[in-house]
Design a protein around this ligand. Structure first.
Ligand code: ADP
Ligand code: ZN
Length: 599
């Protein structure tokens, strides 16, 4: 057995590497820098932690968030690795003690925030020691293109000058081509090898729904998920509160989370989410990066995220443990309008705005695409895959219908009113609604007034949105959201080209084929389900006693293994995936007892 395989088995209790891990580890062991882009849950941490253990000297890991540091250090201590961290939530005394241990070389892997690291005193201390590797976790924070740019991260570009003899390894889950080049330039002067491990997350299912009543839609999606943990992303702080109270009144254990809350409340909500298994968090994007819970079973959006990258990152928080997890995006034309407005109203440069609009448009195209969602999503990151067979479009292929005439009606109404009105007004004209705004402007006298009377308001809203996402119409935010006809659209208006749209269900969206929801609870025989519940309560009890999140004890995947294999002896227990030496010694006895009392 090679050194790295042996370490993997003894320390982590894993039998094999996941895709990409071994190449990265070998590269680092040759003392070469790199940038690795790996999907969430693919196992990035192991890629730097394992070489750090095998290096002669110490490794510094730079991480942007206190909670991330705590989690990783707890997890490492849990498997017997000498790891520590210093951050702002600790007392000076605590920090001094840790620094002392560090100087003595007792600590192998040391987590620190960028701002503490870049202090002159820290830099000179580290220069006097031998640091084998600097790891920059969440490396996209260094790039202005990423969604989480942080100024203190940008300072890290000085690292390679201060430590020319150490290697730098950077890790992130999201970075398109431009962002990757930017990170690599800043950290390694472009010399780091870039490892791309794909963006595919096979265990995530994708579904998108047109918004008609997000609360009902959400509730339907959540049916049967009462025992699961999940995140619901909302557009505004107010929506998070509305959402949480609605779900609570429907029997879910739901809490809201946003940046406007008191710190104690935020910490409270986070702690519950981390340590319990059936909490739903209704949150703005403020809830995210630090949340490293492995058994999040679903992520839903009640409105359009900011871009494809943001969307990818947000759904990426589901299913880190590799177990099937579901996502749902509910979106409407109004969301697109709001998002565009935010971009235009922001203080960013023009180039930046144009880029952001493009990113948003890609997401809209994704929402309205009629082909496999996985394929559309991955193609944004320049990757291809076979149809996934699990998304809504694969399981329930949308019917395409000729809609040239409808498109001409809509465009003609837009054209005849000077391309100056928003979608609601256009829809009123099409449907022949004679309200005062229409009468005042004489729009009840144009030829198109009432031509689309036979279709509902919902139909037209959806239809116009599809025309927007297929680039036949566009929303002009500078003209307060006026709908305009694009050059592509003109061809349809002139009858030079036909137009097809995705069938629109005017009542409720048809019931989706149910995804496998609760693999833990639905597909198990009763005794196994009981065993799993017992194992989980034991885990929770231990977690409370040791004051660590439950998954630090064992991940859900490992508990499943216990149910599946029902080990009787220490030896059998040691063969479960996720049981290394440390956990074997600490917990085998306790969990074997649970397993064998039941059987
Ligand atoms: P991320 O890439 O999102 O940082 P993590 O490093 O947190 O992912 O890993 C996700 C989960 O996968 C963790 O529970 C980790 O222990 C587990 N894992 C990582 N590598 C392996 C492996 N080779 N075999 C089994 N599980 C692994
Ligand atoms: Zn698919």
């Amino acid at each position: 057995m090679t050194d790295i395989k042996r370490t993997l088995a003894q320390v982590w209790g894993y039998t094999s590497f996941r895709t990409g891990q071994e190449d990265i580890i070998n590269h680092l062991l040759q003392k070469k820098s790199l940038l690795s882009v790996m999907p969430t849950g693919a196992g990035k941490s192991l890629c730097f932690q394992l070489p750090a253990l095998l290096f002669e000297n110490q490794t510094i890991v730079i991480s942007p968030l206190v909670s991330l540091m705590d989690d990783q250090v707890n997890a490492l201590k849990g498997i017997g690795v000498k790891a520590e961290r210093v951050h702002s939530d600790m007392s000076d005394e605590e920090k001094n003690n840790i620094w002392k241990k560090f100087k003595k070389g007792i600590i192998k892997i040391f987590y620190i925030s960028p701002e503490s690291l870049m202090r002159p005193s820290t830099i000179s201390l580290l220069q006097s020691l031998n640091i084998d590797m600097f790891v920059v976790d969440e490396a996209h924070c260094i790039s202005k293109w990423g969604s989480d740019f942080r100024k203190d991260y940008e300072e890290l570009k000085e690292l390679r000058k201060y430590f020319p003899y150490s290697i730098i390894s950077a890790f992130t889950a999201t970075a398109d081509e431009e962002t990757r080049a930017d990170i690599n330039q800043k950290l390694t002067n472009g010399k780091g090898k870039i490892f791309l491990n794909g963006f595919n997350r096979p265990n995530l299912s994708l579904a998108v729904q047109q918004k008609y009543n997000w609360k009902e839609q959400l509730l339907e999606f959540l049916q049967g998920r009462e025992h699961q943990a999940g995140i619901i992303y909302c557009l505004s702080r107010k929506d998070t509160e509305i959402c949480a109270s609605y779900l609570s009144s429907n029997g879910f254990r739901a809490f809201f989370y946003h940046a406007g809350m008191e710190k104690v409340d935020k910490v409270n909500v986070q702690d519950r989410f981390m340590s319990e298994d059936n909490i739903v968090i209704c949150a703005t994007i403020a809830f995210g990066m630090g949340i490293d819970k492995s058994n999040v079973r679903f992520v839903a959006h009640t409105s359009l995220p900011g871009s494809m990258e943001n969307f990818y990152q947000e759904i990426g928080r589901a299913g880190r443990d590799g177990i099937d997890s579901d996502t749902l995006l509910i979106f409407g034309l109004q969301d697109l309008f709001q998002r565009r407005k935010w971009i235009y109203d922001s203080e960013a440069s023009e180039t930046f705005k144009i880029k952001e609009i493009k990113r948003l448009d890609s997401l809209m195209t994704y929402c309205d695409s009629a082909t496999c969602r996985k394929q559309t999503l991955l193609s944004y990151f320049r990757e291809t895959c076979e149809p996934c067979g699990r998304c809504d479009n694969c399981t329930n292929p949308p019917r395409m219908i000729e809609g040239t005439e409808y498109a001409q009606m809509a465009m003609s109404a837009i054209y005849r009113t000077g391309q100056s009105y928003g979608s609601n007004h256009i829809i009123d004209i099409l449907r022949g609604v004679g309200n005062s705004k229409i009468k005042q402007r004489g729009h009840d006298r144009i030829k198109t007034f009432g031509v689309g009377r036979s279709a509902s308001k919902e139909f037209w809203a959806n239809f116009i949105r599809q025309l927007v996402s297929s680039d036949n119409l566009r929303i002009n935010i500078q003209k307060y959201g006026a709908i305009e006809i694009t050059p592509n659209g003109e061809k349809i208006l002139k009858g030079e080209e036909d137009y097809f749209y995705k069938r629109i269900d005017e009542t409720k969206p048809h019931k989706e084929k149910k995804f496998k929801k609760d693999i833990l609870n639905n597909e198990m025989i009763e005794s196994d389900r009981n065993l799993l519940t017992d194992l989980k309560s034991m885990r929770l009890e231990l977690a409370k006693e040791l004051r660590v999140p439950a998954y630090i004890i064992f991940s859900d995947a490992t508990l499943h293994q216990m149910v599946l294999h029902k080990p009787k002896t220490h030896d059998e227990f040691s063969r479960l995936n996720g049981v290394g030496l440390q956990k074997l010694n600490k917990y085998a006895e306790i969990f074997l007892k649970v397993i064998n009392t039941q059987n």
